[in-house]
Design a protein around this ligand. Structure first.
Ligand code: GUE
Length: 294
């Protein structure tokens, strides 16, 4: 009864590369026909090492697809007003089609008013009330946050029809868990959201055909929580010091334990992370096209 099954690793890197390739071709085509180059502004406040890695990756990829990247690295001491002024400036800059404020912000800043100051047409992170509301209404023409969008595209590749499946989303953030749940609901899944106060997450997980976990809690999901044949999307990125004293990335799923139980799983690294960036570039291209009304 408990014979292990073969677990397939979902290659997020290959998926991301295909997506990025398509964006590259479309950017070239857009330039040829309109002379316009999509521009993405990324704002990073302070010097959180993990955020610096992501922002550097984003810049590199933005250039790779032929877009312009406008990087704003601001000191830890930046005030709320300074950040708001910068957003206003970027909102009005015709060379900029997408604006992303890297989260989390330093503690003295209040993120929500800053995010809400972004013009919804340039909100490639999909975090403004307008875009979040669109998604909640089931409209797919607003901007969808990059990580949940990437998870959905990946899932759709693996399971063409998601209708009627039990999906458990663990984590309820505005950036990931909430929009993920909305997307899965729109696809006809029966969606449960577990979060920090949920008392029976393991029990809920055992019922799930799909588990998507984004908590920042390393190896939270144990092998014993997983239903045989379930599909696991691991959004967690936790840095640990391994036995050989090297920094190693691990996800929110006890990966070794999941092998032989899950039918498919995304590895960390090389799973969801690279797709997030491809989706950001995709959203920036969409923002540029919308701006040009094409
Ligand atoms: N406003 C905002 N929007 C975001 O989309 C956003 C954010 N804030 N804050 C932080 C999270 C995290 N995030 C990642 C992007 C790329 C990788 C990525 O490339 N990961 C590689 C490994 C990179 C590494 O070495 O850390 C991988 O998983 O294979 C991971 C995570 C975007 N986020």
């Amino acid at each position: 009864m408990n014979t292990p099954i073969e677990t397939q690793l979902i290659d997020g890197k290959a998926f991301a590369e295909r997506m990025t390739q398509k964006v590259t071709e479309e950017v070239a085509e857009l330039q040829k026909t309109t002379g316009i180059t999509p521009g993405l502004a990324v704002i990073l406040v302070g010097n959180d090492p993990a955020s610096e890695v992501y922002v550097r990756n984003k810049t590199k990829q933005t250039h790779k697809v032929g877009m312009r990247s406008f990087m704003h690295l601001l000191p830890e001491t930046t005030t709320q007003q300074e950040l708001l002024s910068l957003i206003q400036r970027l909102n009005n800059d015709p060379d900029i089609h997408g604006i992303l404020v890297q989260l989390p912000l330093p503690k003295h800043l209040v993120a929500d008013p800053i995010i809400q100051a972004i013009r919804p047409e340039k909100d490639v992170d999909g975090l403004t009330a307008y875009n979040a509301g669109k998604l909640a209404l089931g409209h797919m023409d607003g901007f969808i946050p990059c990580t949940p969008l990437g998870c959905l595209l990946l899932l759709q590749q693996e399971v063409p029809n998601l209708r009627g499946l039990n999906a458990l989303v663990i984590g309820a953030s505005n950036l990931m868990g909430k929009p993920m749940a909305q997307l899965l609901l729109n696809q006809g899944c029966t969606v449960t959201i577990a979060h920090i106060d949920t008392r029976n997450t393991a029990e809920l997980a055992k019922q799930a055909d799909i588990i998507i976990v984004a908590t920042g809690c390393r190896e939270l999901v144990k092998g014993s929580w997983i239903k045989k044949g379930a599909i696991i999307i691991d959004v967690g990125i936790n840095r640990i010091i391994s036995d050989d004293k090297k920094i190693k990335l691990v996800g929110d799923v006890a990966f070794q334990e999941a092998l032989g139980i899950a039918s498919k799983i995304t590895p960390v690294p090389g799973g969801v992370g690279p797709i997030t960036i491809s989706c950001l570039l995709h959203n920036t291209l969409c923002a540029t096209k919308k701006h040009l009304s094409i």
